[in-house]
Design a binder for this molecule. Structure first.
Ligand code: G
Ligand code: G
Ligand code: MN
Ligand code: NA
Length: 254
């Protein structure tokens, strides 16, 4: 409860800030986009990890105003880069299931983007399987709306949720993000390698791009590249960085 109350007070304040982690094309090694990751710096608690406060936010419903703040901060950051003529790359925002339950979510995103003169093509959205399974018909319509405006939609944490994959054929997503749990031991564990190969083959058949998360070593990268995974993300390329380091990353890796 203490952390929930502190979080309630933090929402809307500068205690909440963003970091950005690059996504990289595994063939060319070039930066293609960023994922925005929320951070919370509390005056007494210090930096609280999202692994700790996101679940609290989801349970309490605070994720809805927090998610709105994060979305707004991402749009404001992109608009600021645009004004300063910093070269842009698309930024992906994590969308919690509770946020995605609101049918007006796509409209809200576009309204905010338009208020800041930002083309929605610079925004991507990461949704999880559970968000989708709550109401599949409406989810498809919402994903269609986001994509029609030029945004990309990714299925996050792929492989950790449900074993029934039949829903994938109805889901109009741009890419699946293969959870880091499958990447961690990919170069040493034949079972993990087999699972990832299976996911890549299935995604290819469905015409969906693939993004591997949590790449930390050259061995993992070699495996994934050889298997034909399109893109990746992880400490091997870069940890999440503050906004003021994004330009340098773009110039270095773009
Ligand atoms: O950034 P990583 O440091 O530790 O994030 C931990 C977890 O928190 C991940 O599951 C990530 O998806 C989630 N997360 C990080 N930022 C956000 C955010 O802005 N919104 C939501 N819903 N989840 C986030
Ligand atoms: O759930 P989601 O995939 O959105 O969250 C991504 C999480 O993975 C964040 O917590 C981010 O900080 C973390 N992360 C990113 N790259 C790496 C990595 O190479 N290794 C590990 N262990 N975690 C990573
Ligand atoms: Mn994510
Ligand atoms: Na993920």
């Amino acid at each position: 409860v203490a952390i929930e109350q502190a979080l309630r007070r933090a929402i809307g304040s500068e205690q909440i800030y963003l970091e950005f982690q690059p996504l990289v094309d595994l063939q060319s090694g070039r930066l293609t986009s960023f994922e925005a990751l929320a951070r919370w710096r509390h005056p007494e608690l210090g930096v609280v990890s999202p692994g700790r406060f996101i679940p609290v936010a989801e349970k309490s419903g605070l994720i809805v105003p927090l998610g709105e703040q994060i979305l707004r901060m991402v749009i404001e950051q992109l608009a600021e880069w645009q004004r300063a003529s910093v070269p842009l790359a698309p930024v992906a925002v994590n969308v919690a299931p509770l946020q995605f339950e609101r049918a007006d979510f796509p409209a809200r995103c576009h309204e905010l983007a338009s208020q800041h003169g930002l083309d929605p093509k610079w925004l991507s959205f990461e949704v999880t399987e559970s968000a989708w399974l709550q109401n599949s018909t409406r989810s498809v319509a919402m994903i269609d709306t986001l994509r029609q405006a030029g945004s990309k939609v990714y299925l996050d944490d792929f492989g950790t949720g449900f074993s029934n994959l039949s829903y994938l054929k109805h889901l109009p997503i741009d890419a699946v993000k293969i959870d880091q749990a499958f990447v961690r031991n990919i170069s040493v564990d034949p079972s993990d390698a087999a699972i990832v190969r299976g996911v890549l083959a299935m995604a290819k058949q469905l015409g969906i791009d693939t993004i591997a998360e949590g790449i930390e070593t050259a061995e993992q990268l070699d495996c994934l590249r050889e298997m034909g995974c399109h893109r990746g993300q992880g400490y091997y390329f870069s940890k999440p960085v503050p906004a003021n380091q994004c330009r340098a990353l773009l110039e270095q890796m773009g």
